[in-house]
Design a protein around this ligand. Structure first.
Ligand code: KG4
Ligand code: ZN
Length: 358
């Protein structure tokens, strides 16, 4: 079974052809990083326009590389949400038109579920229950996955996503967008114990994440210590490297503290760490150490499958198709789509007043 996956939720236009949900015949990604770099983040209108321009050539390249024709595709899977509305609509409309024209099934996929499926290509089969840490520029969640396709959010960010914190701290330091890879590189030459940045404790007792306090602490440190953001082409000094290392170590500590706590409660048989931030080598190393302590395997996607891609969307779509779940052509993009199909008794916490202690 050949599935054409399409992803356009943020700033990557991507298409992939995947056989039987596991074998990548092609995965084409057209990144808009250069387009958004001057803004230090994604500029939504520019993103939507770029997707419009790129979607057709990217899909054609994916088919050519896989050496298949439109007629050989069995189904189209596309990211339905969450993401930027203008960006999502380009992929959804294109996929819909294609599925209708070819008279083949059409499957709307949750982007976060796509990240969960990014590990299926290069790892052994997942043993359930699993605990999945999905960390990207837009999301930071821990999912309890008792069986394939069932998700319960057991920890989420109350404010910024971890990747967003990397991007914002990079901007404060005058480093280029996206922040994650640059901070990781500089952190290798910095002292992670140099600055004690705080980890937020959320006073309602839930093991949720919070990164906006950390971002503010970095900003305060920069101000109080007169750190000058780097000018273009300026070499970073030791102080900047130490900030990067200390910040990165705090993010990792915070991510894995909750993961360890919930693993103790939920006894997963597999850990999954995926999403753009999973490119981070220090996070991978620390996750491996945690998994060893828990005596479970940890599965990561390879780096090119960690950031947004369409192969993971095709893999998730394949699962739904196998379950007999397809989407009607009336389906449309959903900016706020959530990934949770199991009851969470803590859902009402959202409305409670939350205090943070740093
Ligand atoms: O999954 P992704 O491509 O897009 C979203 O769905 O958000 O993730 C992009 C995010 C960016 O915030 C970027 O800074 C972060 O992943 N990222 C990293 C690294 N590479 C990318 N964060 C930390 N370390 C990295 N090496
Ligand atoms: Zn993503």
């Amino acid at each position: 079974m050949l599935i054409l996956g399409i992803e356009s939720s943020c700033d990557e236009t991507a298409a992939a052809v995947v056989r039987d949900g596991r074998e990548i015949l092609s995965s084409v990604i057209s990144s808009q990083i250069e387009l958004h770099r001057p803004f230090g983040g994604v500029f939504p209108e520019l993103a939507a326009n770029a997707h419009l321009e790129k979607i057709e050539p990217v899909v054609k390249e994916a088919l050519e590389t896989a050496n298949v024709t439109f007629r050989e595709i069995d189904a189209v899977a596309v990211t339905q949400g969450p993401g930027l509305i203008g960006s999502l609509l380009v992929g959804v409309s294109y996929a819909k038109a294609l599925a209708w024209g070819l008279d083949i099934p059409f499957i709307g996929v949750n982007h976060i579920e796509g990240h969960v499926y990014s590990i299926v290509f290069e790892n052994p089969a997942v043993e359930y229950p699993a605990l999945a840490l999905i960390v990207s520029g837009g999301h930071t969640n821990l999912f309890y996955v008792p069986e394939e396709g069932k998700y319960k959010v057991v920890s989420r960010t109350r404010d910024d996503a971890a990747g967003e914190a990397f991007d914002k701290v990079a901007k404060m330091l005058g480093l280029s967008y996206p922040g994650g890879p640059v901070i990781e590189k500089l952190a290798r030459e910095g002292d992670a114990d140099k600055i004690k940045f705080p980890i937020a404790k959320i006073s309602d007792g839930r093991p949720d994440f919070s990164f906006s306090g950390l971002k503010t602490a970095v900003s305060r440190y920069i101000r109080e210590n007169n750190v000058k953001p780097l000018a273009e082409n300026e070499e970073p000094d030791q102080q900047i490297k130490d900030i990067c290392a200390s910040f990165q170590a705090t993010v990792i500590k915070s991510l894995l503290k909750n993961t360890a706590k919930l693993a103790d409660e939920l006894h997963p048989k597999t850990l999954i760490v995926a999403g753009g931030v999973a490119c981070n080598g220090a996070l991978r190393e620390a996750s491996e150490k945690l998994a060893e302590k828990l005596n479970v395997p940890v599965y990561f996607p390879s780096k090119h499958l960690s950031t947004d891609n369409a192969a993971m969307i095709a893999a998730a779509g394949h699962f739904h198709l196998r379950q007999g779940e397809t989407s009607p052509l009336e389906m449309t993009a959903d900016v706020t789509l959530r990934l949770q199909n199991l009851e969470n008794e803590d859902a009402q916490l959202k409305s409670k007043k939350v205090r943070y202690r740093l």
